[in-house]
Design a binder for this molecule. Structure first.
Ligand SMILES: Nc1ncnc2c1ncn2[C@@H]1O[C@H](COP(=O)(O)OS(=O)(=O)O)[C@@H](OP(=O)(O)O)[C@H]1O
Ligand SMILES: [Mg+2]
Length: 410
C-alpha cells in the first residue's frame, strides 16, 4: 500500500530554533535574468524581419569596393622593385584608400554609427604626394569624387575607442599587409559590434581560391555571417550565397590546422608541438590574414591557432571580430588560449584575452587541452565556471536551439 500523505493539519513545519541538528538550506540564489538583444529577442533567436539586412548589404558593397581598390593598387604599384626594396608604400596607399571608401559608405548609410578602424590620417597630413596618390585611387572607384579634405575626414572616422555600450563598426582595410605585398592572401574585414557582441561580419578575400583544391581556378571569396543566422560564402563574381559549415571530424588528427605566415605573429614552434601532441601529421597551412577564419568556417581546415609570441601584445579587435563570428555561425568554437570567449567590449584591443583557438565544435576541447599543456596554461578548476562561462554556455544553448529550428537564407 502506498504511504498515506499527511493531511494539512498534520504537516510539520521546520523551525530552525527546534533543533541544531537539522541543516538549514538557504534558498537558491535568484536566477540571473536572461539576456535579450536590443530588439527584445533572446540571443540566438531569429527576429521575424530579416536581421541587419540593410547593414549587411552596405557592408558587402563596402568590402567589395575596397577589395577592388586593393587589387588595382596591387596591379599598379607592386612590382619586383618594390618587393626587393621592401617598399611598403603600396600597402600604405591601399590601406588608407580602402578605409576611406568603407567609412564613406558606412557614414552615408549609418551616420550615427562610430567606427573602430586600423588607420588614421596623421601620416597623410605630412606627405601630400602620398595623400594625392590615395585620393586618385579612391576617386577611381567612387561614384562621386571626394576632395582630399573629405577623404582624410572619412579616414579619421575610424578613431572610435570601442567599448561595451551601443553599436559600432570595426574595420581592417587590409588585414595581412605582408600577404598583400607578396601577392598572396589578405582580407578586407568589416564587422558590426553591438553592446560588446559581434552581430555581423563580412570578410573579402580577393586572392583566396573559391575551391582550395583548385588554386589555379577562380579567386575572390566573401564570407558573411549575422549572429543567429549561420555563415555563408559567395564568390566575388556571383551573388549566390552558399551556407558553410565547419568540418565534422571527431578527432583533431583527422584535420589540418592553419596559422599565420609570420612567425612574429604566432608561435609556430609551439603550434608544431601541439600538432605533434594531437598526432596531426600533415604540415600546417600558413596563410596571412582573416582568410584563416574563412577556411576554417568552410571546413578546409579544422583548426586555427594564434599563439602569443609576446606577453605584452594585445590582439586588435579588427583582426578577429568578423572572422570569429563567421566560424561560430558555421558551427565552430572560438576562444582564447585559456578557453575564454573573445571579449569585444573592452576597447580597441582584446586586452582580456591571449591568443586565439578557433576550431570545429567536436575537437575544440581536445585542441584546447593540447594548447594548455604545451603553453603551460592552467586547466580550469574543478569548482565550476565563471559568470562569463555561464553567459557563453547560455548563448551556445540558444544558438543550438536556433540551429534546430532551421536556418533562414540571407
Ligand atoms: N606581435 C603580434 N602578434 C600577433 N599579431 C600581430 C602582432 N603584430 C602585428 N600583428 C597583427 O597581425 C595581423 C596580421 O595577421 P596574421 O598574422 O594572421 O597574418 S600574417 O600572416 O601575419 O600576414 C596584422 O594585421 P595587419 O597589420 O592588418 O596585416 C597585425 O594587426
Ligand atoms: Mg590586421
Amino acid at each position: 500500500m502506498p504511504p498515506r500523505r499527511a493531511r494539512p493539519s498534520e504537516t510539520k513545519y521546520y523551525d530552525p530554533s527546534d533543533s541544531e541538528d537539522i541543516p538549514f538550506a538557504p534558498p537558491p540564489p535568484p536566477k540571473k535574468p536572461r539576456k535579450v538583444n536590443p530588439d527584445g529577442r533572446k540571443p540566438g533567436r531569429r527576429p521575424k524581419v530579416p536581421y541587419l539586412d540593410a547593414e549587411m548589404k552596405v557592408a558587402i558593397k563596402a568590402v567589395l569596393k575596397a577589395s577592388e581598390l586593393c587589387q588595382s593598387v596591387f596591379k599598379a604599384l607592386v612590382t619586383e622593385e618594390t618587393l626587393t626594396k621592401k617598399d611598403k608604400s603600396p600597402v600604405t596607399v591601399a590601406d588608407f584608400g580602402a578605409q576611406a571608401i568603407v567609412n564613406a559608405l558606412l557614414s552615408s548609410s549609418f551616420p550615427e554609427d562610430p567606427i573602430v578602424g586600423e588607420e588614421d590620417s596623421k601620416d597623410l597630413h605630412a606627405d601630400h604626394s602620398m595623400r594625392d596618390r590615395v585620393l586618385e585611387l579612391v576617386n577611381s572607384v567612387q561614384e562621386s569624387p571626394m576632395t582630399a579634405d573629405q577623404m582624410t575626414k572619412f579616414i579619421d572616422l575610424g578613431n572610435y575607442a570601442g567599448g561595451a555600450e551601443g553599436r559600432f563598426w570595426t574595420l581592417d582595410p587590409i588585414d595581412g599587409t605582408k600577404g598583400f605585398l607578396r601577392g598572396e592572401q589578405f582580407a578586407v574585414c568589416l564587422a558590426l559590434v553591438n553592446n560588446g557582441k559581434v552581430e555581423l561580419g563580412v570578410i573579402g578575400c580577393p586572392n583566396l581560391p573559391v575551391d582550395l583544391s583548385k588554386p589555379e581556378g577562380e579567386r575572390g571569396c566573401l564570407f558573411i555571417a549575422t549572429r543567429g543566422y549561420g555563415a555563408f560564402t559567395r564568390s566575388f563574381a556571383s551573388e549566390t550565397l552558399t551556407k558553410i559549415k565547419t568540418t565534422n571530424v571527431k578527432n583533431a588528427n583527422e584535420t589540418v590546422f592553419c596559422e599565420s605566415v609570420e612567425a612574429g605573429h604566432t608561435s609556430q614552434s609551439e603550434s608544431a608541438q601541439i600538432a605533434q601532441m594531437l598526432h596531426i601529421s600533415g604540415d600546417s597551412v600558413r596563410m596571412d590574414s582573416q582568410c584563416k577564419y574563412g577556411v576554417v568556417a568552410r571546413g578546409d581546415a579544422g583548426i586555427y591557432l594564434r599563439l602569443p609570441v609576446s606577453d605584452t601584445y594585445e590582439e586588435k579587435i579588427w583582426d578577429h571580430a568578423g572572422g570569429m563570428l563567421i566560424v561560430q555561425e558555421a558551427g565552430g568554437i572560438v576562444t582564447d588560449i585559456d578557453g575564454k570567449p573573445l571579449d569585444f567590449s573592452v576597447g580597441r584591443t582584446l586586452k582580456s584575452n591571449k591568443g586565439v583557438v578557433a576550431t570545429s565544435k567536436a575537437i575544440h576541447e581536445e585542441v584546447l587541452n593540447a594548447v594548455r599543456t604545451v603553453l603551460k596554461r592552467p586547466f580550469p578548476s574543478e569548482s565550476g565556471g565563471s559568470e562569463e562561462d555561464e553567459d557563453e554556455a547560455e548563448d551556445a544553448e540558444d544558438a543550438e536551439e536556433a540551429e534546430e529550428s532551421g536556418s533562414q537564407s540571407v
